[in-house]
Design a protein around this ligand. Structure first.
Ligand code: FE
Ligand code: FE
Ligand code: ZN
Length: 277
């Protein structure tokens, strides 16, 4: 069984998301820890979480992915923005221990002209300030499209962050298919080659989740525009190879395609079929 689901709105709580993904035919999901643009996080309801954990255990929802807000930029040139990133991530990580052993994914950030090395240093410094030896959450760096001054468009950049983080056992990587394709990694014609490169540079054991998105733009365009599965430049055949790949099979695969819920249900079904289920 592949582990597949999509991004869901968290506005009705955890149990509602669990039930929703079951209805859509999936067994994992992703949600924003707070408004993707804004800063406020909703108060978590312990009863809702307890009900969700019981529901998840009964419905094989073992792994879910929390996504940090897009505005979180630990390597901003503005101290205020860096402070917000620190505050929001600290609060998110505290709250996430209420749903233990889950994944927290964030965009490493944009160095906005300070240079890639400064960006990498600031991101690593923040992680070193926040990670706790006893935490159960694994923090994931997302592979980025290399748009503007984004850090994380090359596997080497993610490797360097991981090397600088002391508690790197609590860290992993989330590979976004649209982003890596936009960054220039040819997962259409050479999936094995890209995964070999990932293994050499980062290590496949660090790969903990996938974002499954087709791309509106050709290889290496650095645009980051997601497309529905099979309707972009990556194409359905490449996704068939991705969901069938032995190195990727057990990982949570999250759709972030431009869809409403029925569209997600159709894509979940399609990918399960492509995986041979
Ligand atoms: Fe993302
Ligand atoms: Fe993504
Ligand atoms: Zn994206």
């Amino acid at each position: 069984m592949i582990r597949i689901g999509c991004h869901l709105s968290s506005s009705k709580g955890f149990l509602a998301m669990g039930k929703q993904i079951t209805e859509l035919g999936g067994n994992t999901f992703q949600y924003f820890t707070r408004n993707p643009r804004g800063s406020r996080a909703k108060e978590l309801d312990p009863d809702d979480i307890a009900a969700f954990l019981a529901y998840g255990a009964a419905h094989d929802i073992t792994t879910v992915v929390a996504h940090a807000p897009y505005t979180l930029n630990p390597c901003s040139a503005q101290e205020k923005t860096r402070e917000f990133a620190m505050m929001a991530m600290e609060d998110d990580l505290k709250r996430m221990e209420m749903t233990p052993h889950q994944l927290y994914n964030f965009h490493p950030g944009s160095h906005v002209g300070q240079g890639i090395e400064t960006g990498i240093r600031l991101i690593s410094d923040q992680l070193n300030a926040l990670l706790q030896p006893g935490q159960t959450t694994t923090v994931l760096l997302e592979t980025m499209a290399g748009k503007g001054s984004e850090v994380g468009g090359r596997f080497e950049e993610l490797r360097e962050i991981l090397d600088r983080v002391t508690l790197s056992d609590h860290m992993g990587v989330c590979l976004d298919t649209c982003h890596v394709f936009d960054a220039g990694y040819d997962i259409v014609n050479d999936l094995d080659g890209v995964l070999t490169q990932f293994d050499k540079v980062i290590g496949l054991s660090k790969l903990r989740a996938l974002h499954l998105n087709d791309s509106m733009n050709p290889l290496g365009n650095h645009k980051d525009r997601h497309q529905k599965i099979g309707q972009g430049y990556i194409g359905q055949e490449a996704f068939a190879r991705i969901v069938r790949h032995p190195a990727l099979r057990g990982l949570p695969m999250i759709l972030e395609t431009p869809n409403e819920l029925p569209g997600y249900a159709a894509e979940i079904h399609l990918l399960q079929e492509l995986a041979g289920e």
